[in-house]
Design a protein around this ligand. Structure first.
Ligand SMILES: [Zn+2]
Length: 125
């Protein structure tokens, strides 16, 4: 369900101006109408909805914020690096231009990205 509200998005993101949209199942909140019509952004948010559904919503957000905060501590509080290294975001950014992705996406595909992230981090240490 689409909601276009810059105010709501500002409140939910603590006024982060870089956020264009946010998937809060069953809603997607978009910054403006133009953003809500962007096929790539819509696909990105639909991927998050699929991730949220398969983790029964609440565990998704718990896992998401754990990964975010672990990332924040690891990269010395650089938001963009921590955010882009969340396995759910890695999958969504990797597949957002693949408009058929959700038609053939295997269940729990985020797990694949989580494993990639763990392997990448293991190589660094
Ligand atoms: Zn995202």
């Amino acid at each position: 369900m689409r909601i276009v509200s810059q105010l709501l998005l500002s409140i939910l993101t603590l006024n982060n101006k870089n956020v264009l949209a946010m998937a809060l199942w069953p809603f997607v909140i978009y910054k403006d109408k133009k953003t809500s019509e962007n096929a790539v952004i819509r696909n990105h948010e639909k991927i998050h909805h699929r991730q949220q559904i398969e983790l029964l919503i609440l565990p998704f957000y718990i896992w998401y914020f754990i990964e975010y905060w672990v990332g924040m501590f690891k990269c010395k509080f650089k938001h963009e690096i921590a955010y882009r290294n969340i396995s759910f975001e890695m999958e969504a950014y990797d597949q957002e231009r693949n408009m058929d992705y959700l038609k053939h996406r295997p269940y729990f595909s985020s797990w694949k990205y989580f494993k990639i992230k763990i392997k990448k981090n293991a190589k660094r240490t």
